[in-house]
Design a protein. Structure first.
Length: 179
């Protein structure tokens, strides 16, 4: 009767529990964290049943595998909570785009630089795109100075990740914030 109550055979997050552990011998850690030594998986499972807890394989790649006597539901909850905390702390870096044209005026260029500066201060990367249309395609190499000036004016807060490079009808450069 007691065995039927404790039967759990689901593997969640690749951890083996209770009857799934079929190793000859395992290193056992008790519920209070003390090492109980190396013993057979069957003996370890019996100890877990006596404590009315689960036997969970914590480190399957170790020689011999490490198992711990713990409440599996509580353990899973703790893992999920730690994962959630880690997600909160990480910041996703977005790539913002600033589009320019070869015949851009200085005031327009300053406005675009201001926008790029805001993006960089937030911690985002900036993709500066210089688009060419029609006859502008013939003078692509002469327009490279626009991107160079753009990078030069933002050098106090930005570094060039990828220098200007021609991709079809556009010239692209990537900037990221200085650390």
């Amino acid at each position: 009767m007691f065995y039927l109550e404790r039967w759990r055979c689901t593997t969640i997050s690749e951890l083996m529990i209770n009857e799934q552990i079929r190793d000859k011998e395992v290193r056992l850690i008790g519920e209070d964290g003390q090492q109980l030594g190396i013993m057979s998986a069957r003996e370890a499972y019996k100890l877990a049943l006596e404590a009315e807890l689960d036997l969970v394989k914590i480190a399957p790649t170790a020689k011999p595998p490490v198992c711990k006597i713990i409440d599996y539901g509580k353990y899973r909850y703790e893992l999920a909570r730690k994962e959630k905390e880690a997600k909160k702390k990480q910041r996703v870096i977005e790539v913002k785009e600033v589009r320019l044209s070869p015949n851009i005026d200085t005031n327009d260029l300053n406005t675009k630089m201001g926008a790029a500066r805001k993006f960089l201060e937030k911690g985002d990367k900036v993709k500066v795109t210089l688009r060419f249309r029609g006859r502008e395609m013939a003078h692509m190499s002469k327009s490279r100075y626009i991107l160079d000036d753009f990078a030069e004016n933002l050098k106090d807060i930005a570094v060039v990740d990828k220098p200007s490079k021609v991709e079809g009808r556009t010239m692209v450069m990537f900037l990221s914030a200085k650390k």
